[in-house]
Design a binder for this molecule. Structure first.
Ligand code: ACM
Length: 467
């Protein structure tokens, strides 16, 4: 009952029991995956799992292995031990997550459990993902999310073999990306006086060290972070700090309401944009940087020119721009969020596409139409089943779920909205033959894993929820 469902799993009669005498043998390059296995199993099991020459768990990185691609792995458990092999470090860490799921569910607990038999059932697994982009977008701009919350999301993504964390770092209501040459972005743009008249100031910012820590934490788990700096619209927090950069050059505070603002960077802000992107590239080494590009009330030609220049800056430096709308450059990745025709058109132009349609991937919509649901984005309900059936036209790189946080402030609320819908996304993108009935069966066991991880099955309504 591994989630997402492995490509092939054959049960063997005899399994292997981990105990205090179990150690891990690694080939060069597999050390990090071994450390991850130990770090993940230690809290619940207390097992030391040292690295040793004669370990019963063997982790082998072998670039010559065929058929496993950039992220696949092969895992055998029998009475003699465990053999995990992959052609890449990412494949090994996905295999580590499978080992974790093969153990009794108590292995996921964050505190010591006694009297559990840590037996891995005998199995031969060969596992390769169907699609290479399995993402999750977290909006840390509308409501700031502290580092520990983001770290925990990375851990939860890794358990489900998701591999791209898209951080929506800037918007009208808050700027979270530190840029040393532009300190007002954080000190002014990072704060708003209130939200929809609640009278309560809200804000926060990350330090460069914190962001680098998140990048490293994610990389150790096979996840890359794609930062998003919104432009030219959704820019009011930055323009509160530096009004001269605006299309209208008007002095307005960081926005305290939700919706589509009419604030946007002018083309003359391109020098500033390059400064910001240069810092972004230093902090985030991943291949893609998201430039936003959506919901901008500015003439189409200026909008297009803006994104073309910003995207060109990234391409010149070996990175790939991504955007919510086509940027005019066929090398940019498009994330269709409105409907499938956006995707069809981009695919016809030969562009890379990651599906993000709001009707099946926006997790700020309620999970059901039940009266118990906490307040969310009005207009739709997105069920777990809707996410499972996200449209995936031939040729797309994959898909991602979006968690916008206008209505979400707490970790509990975020996780309630993310799970189990994010599990459905992971299963449908990873499995070679996704199948809803089978998923719901596996979800029954998997729910107990989510419970061990203290993922809330319900949330209390907040007393002064602002909508
Ligand atoms: C979006 O929802 N404006 C991308």
């Amino acid at each position: 009952m591994i989630v997402p469902l492995p490509t092939r799993i054959v049960r063997r009669s005899k399994g292997f029991t981990l105990d205090c005498g179990t150690s891990v043998r690694v080939t060069p390059g597999a050390e990090q995956a071994a450390r991850l296995l130990r770090a993940l199993l230690r809290p619940a099991t207390g097992l030391p799992l040292p690295i040793a020459d004669h370990g019963q768990i063997v982790m082998a990185l072998d670039a010559k292995l065929v058929g496993l691609g950039a992220e696949g792995y092969a895992l055998t458990v029998n009475e003699h031990g465990v053999l995990l092999r992959a052609g890449t470090a990412a494949g090994l860490v996905h295999g580590v997550q499978t080992i974790r799921q093969l153990l009794p569910v108590e292995a996921l607990r964050s505190s010591r459990v006694s009297e559990v038999d840590w037996t891995l059932p005998g199995a031969d697994i060969r596992d390769v993902p169907r699609l290479p982009w399995r993402g999750f977008m977290l909006d840390v701009a509308r409501h700031f999310q502290p580092v520990h919350v983001v770290r925990r999301f990375i851990d939860l993504m890794a358990l489900h073999k998701l591999n791209v964390l898209h951080l929506h770092l800037t918007d009208d209501q808050g700027w979270r990306m530190p840029v040393p040459s532009r300190p007002l972005l954080s000190s002014v743009g990072g704060w708003r006086t209130e939200t929809n008249g609640d009278g309560v100031p809200h804000g926060g910012t990350y330090t460069r060290g914190e962001l680098e820590g998140l990048v490293a934490h994610a990389a150790e788990r096979g996840i890359r972070i794609m930062p998003e700096i919104e432009m030219p619209g959704h820019a009011r927090a930055a323009l509160a700090a530096y009004p001269d950069l605006g299309f209208a050059q008007q002095r307005l505070p960081v926005w305290t309401r939700w919706g589509i603002s009419d604030s946007a960077f002018g083309l003359h802000a391109m020098g500033f944009i390059r400064e910001v992107l240069a810092e972004v590239l230093e902090v985030f080494p991943g291949s893609h940087v998201h430039l936003g590009g959506d919901e901008c009330l500015m003439p189409e030609d200026v909008h297009g020119e803006f994104l073309r220049q910003a995207g060109g800056f990234l391409l010149d430096r070996g990175r790939v721009p991504a955007a919510w709308e086509p940027t005019g450059d066929p090398r940019a990745v498009v994330m269709p969020w409105k409907d499938e025709t956006q995707a069809t058109k981009a695919l016809e132009r030969g562009q890379d596409v990651v599906m993000a349609p709001h009707t099946s991937t926006y997790l700020d919509y309620p999970r059901s139409d039940g009266a118990h649901e906490p307040p969310g984005q009005p207009g739709f309900v997105v069920t777990t089943r809707d996410v499972y059936h996200v449209p995936l036209p031939d040729g797309v790189l994959g898909a991602q779920c979006q968690l916008w946080t206008e209505h979400v402030r707490t970790r509990e609320h975020l996780e309630y909205l993310a799970f189990p819908r994010l599990v459905a996304l992971a299963d449908t993108l990873w499995s070679q033959r996704p199948e809803w009935e089978g998923f719901t069966t596996r979800m029954r066991l998997h729910s107990s894993r989510l419970a061990e991880l203290s993922i809330p099955a319900e949330v209390r309504r907040e007393p002064c929820e602002h909508s």
